[in-house]
Design a protein around this ligand. Structure first.
Ligand code: CAO
Length: 572
């Protein structure tokens, strides 16, 4: 075991640069070359890698600290005894004239503190007419990807104004213009790989000579550990304009006016998620974009997408949108923030896991699906008498039959008669199912779950009752597995054991309809001659108007009610 001091290696013209991210913490096991901190100058950001592998013992820097070559970053406990303290000057390659670095004779890299190169004949010399702007010597940045286009055709640019941003795996850097003028053509596109001498743009010179040779736009050195290949990179004054072969014109996309501040790893993270950095507002120092900013951006976009779908399908959905956070939806009032304790004693409890999951699903389903609910009544006088008699006959079996088992059977028959109720939307297609799995909403101490009776068409009332009892128990005990709750075609939500008249059940996507049932009650019904007492079951069928029309929904309800009124119809 040895304690190694990991220091900032030669980072070229990066002097006294601020730490904008600390990427490790004490106790972390890190590999050699793993990034430890990110530093930033006004033109480039760079991750500083570790010279050794080991365990972080102590951090010697913090956010906002200014560092330069040789600054102690952290103490690292390494496994090998021979591990020598990191010495940037000896173990790490130098930028510009240092050890192991190849530099171009034509356009030497600028070591720290050296004089910038003199103006080349082709740059800043008061030229008019088309001027080819090339990638200058960017040191060991080879085949680096263009990650941002900072100008567009027609823009007037100054000397040194950044044109593009390139990025290696450790650092990003802006490439400046060698000339002032109007951008006539952009010759690179996002994702293109460039090297020294690559043609970036054609500029129509304005004729005013540039007073001085611009200083390096950015110098970024990603220092590799001693054993690794040099990874120094220096962007210095542009190389002389060479007669570069004209590259095919690219569509430059929509360049952003200003460079979003983000480290290479954050840029990579954003790219992987397809997040346009220019649209993300940074909450870090100097508006720097952090990982949290990107995550929040993605969440905002997702919520917005749901809202957009809601607007298309069922506009407006203010309550749902507001519940999701008004700030995501322009024009919508934010969710009220109230200090309830001002009005009386309060107690806070976290939502249960089930409530969080079911809440998110219900919310999505409510805002995305254009719900309509049809209410109807079923006369279940005879069926209830049959149910009571059946339970009496089978008292000893231990299986109690409730109205819900009959409704599951009736639902199967109705789905067979109206197949679009046994379907799911998949893009522009409707998927018709030739199986009949019926879900039933179960109230549990932790929240709502929907276990599914599989192949209800192949099961009798007793078997359905028995399975329902088992699934309901599992639900209450919190033991339902994903398989118990998946594959449903249609759901029934029964509040019959509790009370109420009618309600609007929320469709359990990707199903397209749900039957809500409330408590049956004795009501007077006209039989053609007189009012007679009948047991009436209130039905509330919610359906997805993208798939089902109102007339079909009314027919479904009428048929469902007719089955419950005379269950013999089920065998017809
Ligand atoms: N009308 C009148 N009485 C009814 C009835 C109805 N529609 N449905 C059930 N009942 C009676 C039952 O017959 C039983 O009476 P007895 O004890 O006298 O026999 C009593 O109400 C209790 O029934 P139950 O609720 O135990 O059984 P069930 O099969 O009807 O329902 C289950 C089982 C798991 C679905 C139910 O317990 C449940 O959790 N319901 C809540 C569903 C829910 O929360 N829906 C809302 C979803 S949206 O937020």
């Amino acid at each position: 075991m040895a304690l190694v001091e990991v220091k900032v290696p030669d980072i070229g013209d990066f002097k006294e640069v601020a730490i904008i991210e600390v990427l490790v913490k004490p106790g972390d096991s890190i590999k050699a070359e793993q990034s430890l901190i990110t530093v930033e100058s006004d033109k480039a950001s760079m991750e500083i890698p570790s010279s050794h592998a080991g365990v972080v013992k102590e951090l010697k820097v913090g956010l906002g600290d200014k560092v330069g070559e040789g600054s102690l970053v952290l103490l690292l406990e390494t496994a090998g005894e021979a591990a020598a303290p990191a010495a940037p000057s000896s173990s790490l390659p130098l930028a510009g004239g240092g050890s192991g670095r190849e530099s171009s004779n034509e356009a030497p890299a600028v070591p720290s503190g050296s004089t910038p190169p003199q103006p080349s004949p082709a740059r800043g010399g008061g030229e008019t007419g088309p001027i080819q702007v090339l990638v200058p010597d960017i040191g060991d940045f080879k085949d680096v990807a263009v990650i941002e286009l900072l100008v567009k055709v027609g823009d007037t640019v100054k000397v040194e104004q950044s044109l593009i941003t390139v990025e290696s795996d450790k650092a990003s850097m802006e490439i400046p213009s060698s000339h002032a003028g109007v951008v006539k053509e952009i010759k690179v596109a996002l994702g293109d790989k460039v090297n020294i001498g690559s043609l970036i743009a054609v500029i129509e010179g304005v004729g005013a000579p540039a007073a001085v040779a611009p200083a390096p736009a950015a110098t970024a050195t990603a220092a590799a550990p001693a054993a690794a290949a040099p990874a120094a990179a220096t962007a210095s004054a542009p190389a002389p304009v060479a007669a570069a072969a004209a590259l095919p014109a690219h569509n430059p996309g929509t360049p952003s006016a200003s460079l979003p501040h983000a480290s290479p790893s954050i840029r990579k993270f954003a790219r992987e998620l397809g997040v346009p950095l220019a649209e993300v507002s940074g909450s870090g120092p100097k508006g720097r974009i952090t990982q949290t900013d990107i995550e929040s951006f993605v969440k905002g976009v997702m919520a917005g997408a749901v809202q957009t779908a809601a607007q298309k399908a069922k506009a407006p959905a203010p309550a749902a949108a507001a519940a999701a956070g008004g700030e995501a939806f322009p024009g919508l009032l934010p969710w009220p923030k109230v200090d309830f304790s001002k009005f009386g004693p309060v107690e806070r409890k976290d939502l249960s896991r089930i409530k969080k999951i079911s809440g998110a699903n219900l919310h999505r389903n409510w805002v995305v699906i254009p719900h309509v609910t049809n209410h109807d009544d079923a006369d279940i006088t005879d069926l209830e008498a049959f149910r009571v008699a059946t339970n009496k006959e089978n008292e000893k079996s231990g299986v109690k039959v409730t109205m819900l088992a009959f409704m599951i059977k009736a639902a199967v028959a109705a789905l067979k008669k109206f197949p679009e109720f046994n379907a799911s939307l998949d893009g522009d297609q409707l998927v018709y199912k030739n199986y009949f799995h019926i879900g039933f909403a179960a109230d549990t101490p932790n929240g709502l779950v929907v276990p599914v009776i599989k192949d209800a068409d192949k099961k009798g009332i007793f078997q359905i009752s028995q399975e329902m009892g088992e699934l309901a128990k599992k639900a209450r005990d919190g033991k339902l597995g994903p398989a118990d709750m998946s594959g449903g075609c249609f759901s029934i939500s029964s509040l019959g054991g509790i009370g109420g008249r009618y309600f609007t059940p929320i469709i359990n996507a990707p199903e397209v309809a749900i039957m809500g049932v409330c408590k049956s009650s004795m009501e007077p019904r006209w039989d053609g001659k007189q009012f007679v007492p009948r047991l009436i079951l209130p039905l509330s069928l919610s359906w997805d108007h993208r798939v089902i029309d109102g007339a079909a929904a009314a027919r479904f309800n009428v048929y469902f009610a007719s089955l419950l009124a005379d269950f013999r119809r089920i065998v017809l």
